[in-house]
Design a protein around this ligand. Structure first.
Ligand SMILES: N[C@@H](CCC(=O)N[C@@H](CS)C(=O)NCC(=O)O)C(=O)O
Length: 221
């Protein structure tokens, strides 16, 4: 399988992360996203007229949209990441995949503004990102009450992989994660998964506030 990839793209990282967790080896085809805008050139536009990456090619199959790529990789090699298959969980996973598009537009938009000087109303993007983070925090808090560390249950699914990158990289766009203890615990759970791989910027999780499990006394000590 060939992934048209850009190392600093959180959307491409979703595919790389899912492949790593599933034990799938991808052939990475580096795209000159910036400054070359190769994804908008004729060769890549013929693969994805939407002009975005990632693009996954497996033989005759050309897949665009990171959520579709996650489904494919999981179905191929790690079906547990598609959830247990009951109607409610399957629907919840779809809900989070749709939610992840809001993260891309808001937190991802702010990040592009800050990192690549893309035009845009960055305050509005950040505000939309904070709204989404508050929803995520509330949902993950509910999960903690059920002692379930992941978005849709006790084990990770493509819902977690779809949401993780843009959340973890929110500080790149000027949106702090300090106020969201349930999100920080969830990020630690994702990072702890066997096969987890980094992307540049994700290491900043180490710089975040102390583990929410720690008491103030132990933090000070
Ligand atoms: N809905 C797409 C969005 C992916 C996306 O936003 N990719 C970015 C790179 S991280 C991109 O190609 N943007 C095109 C551009 O900004 O010119 C998906 O989930 O695959």
């Amino acid at each position: 399988m060939v992934l048209y990839d850009y190392i600093l793209s959180p959307s491409c990282y979703k595919a790389r992360l899912m492949a790593a967790l599933a034990g799938v080896t991808l052939v990475l085809r580096a795209v000159d996203f910036h400054p070359g805008a190769e994804h908008r050139g004729p060769d890549l536009m013929s693969l994805n007229p939407a002009g975005s990456i990632p693009i996954l090619v497996d033989g005759d199959l050309v897949l665009t949209e990171s959520s579709a790529i996650l489904v494919y990789l999981a179905a191929h090699a790690a079906p547990a990441f598609l959830g247990p298959g009951d109607p409610a969980t399957s629907a919840r996973i779809q809900q989070w995949l749709a939610f992840s598009a809001r993260l891309t537009a808001s937190l991802g938009g702010a990040r592009l503004h800050e990192m690549l000087h893309r035009p845009g109303a960055v305050d509005t993007l950040r505000a939309s990102g904070v709204t989404a983070l508050r929803e995520l925090e509330a949902a993950l808090f509910e999960q903690r009450l059920k002692a379930e560390p992941f978005l849709t249950g006790p084990t990770p699914t493509i819902a977690d992989i779809a949401c993780f990158p843009y959340v973890a990289l929110a500080p790149d766009g000027g949106v702090s994660l300090d106020a969201y203890p349930s999100i920080r615990l969830w990020m630690r759970a994702v990072r702890a998964l066997e096969g987890f791989i980094e992307m540049p910027g994700i290491h900043r999780l180490h710089e975040l506030k102390p583990d929410p499990h720690e008491t103030p006394e132990t933090v000070e000590a």
